[in-house]
Design a protein around this ligand. Structure first.
Ligand code: ADP
Ligand code: CP
Length: 314
């Protein structure tokens, strides 16, 4: 029987240390090979989604560098769309190559530029929380604040300071309703990259808004909307721990969703990193009765063989 999986790629799947296009393409080639065990038996339809935090911030900075009347800087929603195209293009090429290497040529790979509907009254618009772009040291802060006085900056999980922008919750991936036939045709689909381009309702249509969606929340919404049997969130670290980094940390393997919801409500997971992933995974399991797994890219083969990872079950 063929099942359907949505895979959310963490930052390290695309960007390691070197932010050049060549290095990001190379990282994605490695990632695509690591994901082949998921589809090599032709028993899964797969949608891949990914983040864009570093790329969208970097591209915004490049906009500022060339802002002029004849060559104006693009707004954040448009820059988000540009990163979907950029990373989508690299990802299509990486998976096409990996599939050919693994004898799976019959799957064409498609990358969709997708919009994510949010509520214009979402309170998150008043509270910048999503880190984007490069990291700055504490010593660089005065210069950065001077250069970009309207930026909000925040410490990001002990790794340095970053610009933060609002990050409302996704209500709907607008194009997802059309994905069923694409997946049934055997195509591998890349969608909702960077959480999707944020839009709000505008009369009979939609208009873009300036914010960045957390890709783990949009992955959960996408998985729900395409009727996925599994949601797989791949992170740079790996499985989820309680009391992470402390002497008494506990490795979470198979956990009932009610227990995980309790931990989420007690704020047992770090806000900027593991917290949103667990919350997104829990919401997918609660809304669908299906299974969500959080683990590392390096563990994909074991996940396929034995379901290894932090599994949140109904
Ligand atoms: N409770 C936890 N269990 C496991 N990892 C955690 C936990 N809390 C924080 N982390 C950190 O979160 C990281 C994953 O988040 P992040 O790097 O933001 O994600 P992404 O891989 O999507 O870019 C892990 O590498 C780990 O360092
Ligand atoms: N949009 C988004 O969540 O990107 P990152 O995962 O790269 O932060």
């Amino acid at each position: 029987m063929v099942s359907r999986i949505v895979v959310a790629l963490g930052g390290n799947a695309i960007l390691t240390k070197d932010p050049s296009a060549a290095a990001q393409k190379k990282a994605l080639e490695v990632t695509a090979e690591q994901l082949m065990p998921l589809i090599k038996d032709n028993d899964r339809q797969m949608v891949v989604t990914h983040g864009n935090g570093p790329q969208v911030g970097n591209l915004l900075l490049q906009q500022l560098g060339s802002d002029s009347e004849k060559n104006p800087a693009m707004p954040l929603d448009t820059v988000g769309a540009m990163t979907q195209g950029e990373i989508g293009f690299w990802t299509v090429q990486a998976f096409t190559r990996a599939m050919a290497n693994n004898g799976l040529e019959r799957y064409p790979v498609i990358s969709a530029v997708t919009q994510t509907l949010v509520d214009e009254n979402d309170p998150a618009f008043k509270n910048a929380s999503k880190p984007i772009g490069p990291f700055y040291t504490e010593e660089q802060l005065p210069e950065i604040k001077n250069q970009f006085p309207d930026w909000e900056l925040m410490e990001d999980a002990g790794r340095g300071y970053r610009r933060v922008v609002p990050s409302p919750r996704p209500l709907e991936i607008i194009e997802a309703k059309a994905f069923g036939p694409i997946l049934e045709s055997g195509s591998l689909l890349i969608a909702s990259g960077g959480g999707g381009i944020l839009v709000i309702k505008d009369g009979n249509g939609y208009k873009g808004v300036e914010a960045v969606i957390d890709k783990d929340f949009s992955a959960a919404k996408l998985a729900e909307m395409v009727g996925a049997d599994e949601l797989l969130i791949l992170t740079s670290g790996g499985d989820v721990y309680l009391n992470y980094g402390k002497e008494d940390q506990v490795h979470l393997e198979t956990v009932k969703v009610s227990e995980m919801r309790k931990y989420v409500d007690e704020e047992r997971f770090a806000k900027g990193s593991m917290g949103p992933k667990v919350e997104a995974a829990v919401s997918f399991v609660e809304r669908t009765g299906k299974v969500a797994t959080i683990t590392s890219l390096d563990n994909v083969e074991n996940f396929v063989k034995s379901g290894s990872g932090t599994r949140i079950v109904p």
